[in-house]
Ligand binder design. Structure first.
Ligand code: 4AZ
Length: 249
């Protein structure tokens, strides 16, 4: 995250951190049900990634230190990439991980671990709406390493019309994507924040509206962050997880 501030995991208790071979930090994710983490499909594009080498942590405030009292560690039982994920355009950049602890359990609710709500299908918030992003990604585009501490930042939703303008991304923005940025372009998601949450508060409840997907660099003028539009995938998520689909009313 470029800009924003350091926050304890209790501010984003659904944030999952995904590692490869227990050492290399790969991506963020969001706990949407005790056994399920929603993340980005492109996190698993590298050819050497194997299911058995993935681990997922919940309750982590620091990337490099263990806090046994607040952390929960899992292996990945299932990795479900969206069948129409396009590695070139990043359309349908969404994936699900089914997690399992060494004792065969899913996530246990605590002050540092909880699920985030999915918004009703196809709901869209107006341009300018303020939402929060969180993650351990780079703090500047040129940084050599990820952030040691969890960061959070506010970004505003940008209309498709503006984001699809030639000044911004033109026709690179697909229907399953939306853009968000800060008015002075000083805050943004960055490398390593991929897969992580964009959460918006509606009627006093926080909902997962976006998955960090891509962008031209980080915090560049007129190059906002691009997010997977989670509300287009309620049916897909319900289908793949067997969880009930939430419909408003
Ligand atoms: C990345 O490389 C990445 N500024 C993620 C988000 C953004 C840029 C790059 C958005 O994972």
């Amino acid at each position: 995250i470029v800009g924003g501030s350091y926050k304890p995991i209790e501010s984003n208790p659904w944030l999952a951190t995904i590692f490869h071979k227990s050492r290399r930090y790969l991506c963020g994710g969001s706990l949407i049900a005790p056994c399920w983490v929603l993340t980005a499909a492109h996190c698993f594009s590298e050819s050497d990634i194997q299911l058995k080498h993935l681990s997922v942590f919940l309750g982590k405030s620091s990337l490099n230190d263990t806090d046994a009292d607040r952390e929960q560690k899992f292996t990945v039982e299932e990795l479900i990439l969206h069948h129409s994920f396009n590695e070139t355009t990043y359309n349908n950049d969404i994936a699900l991980l089914k997690i399992k602890s060494p004792t065969g359990q899913c996530a246990v609710k605590s002050s540092s671990v909880r699920t985030v709500c999915l918004p009703p299908s196809h709901t869209q918030l107006p341009a300018g709406f303020s939402c929060t992003i969180a993650g351990f990604g780079k703090e500047t585009q040129t940084s050599w390493h990820y952030s040691h501490r969890l960061k959070q930042a506010e970004v505003n939703l940008i209309s498709d019309a503006v984001c699809k303008s030639e000044l911004q991304y033109g026709n690179l923005i697909e229907v399953n994507m939306f853009c968000a940025g800060s008015p002075d372009w000083s805050t943004d998601a960055c490398e390593g924040d991929s897969g992580g949450p964009l959460v918006c508060e509606v009627s006093g409840r926080r909902f997962l509206f976006g998955v960090v997907s891509w962008g031209d660099g980080c915090a560049k003028v007129n190059k906002p962050g691009v997010y997977t539009q989670v509300t287009n995938y309620n049916k897909w998520i319900a289908n793949k997880t067997g969880l009930p689909e939430y419909t408003k009313g």
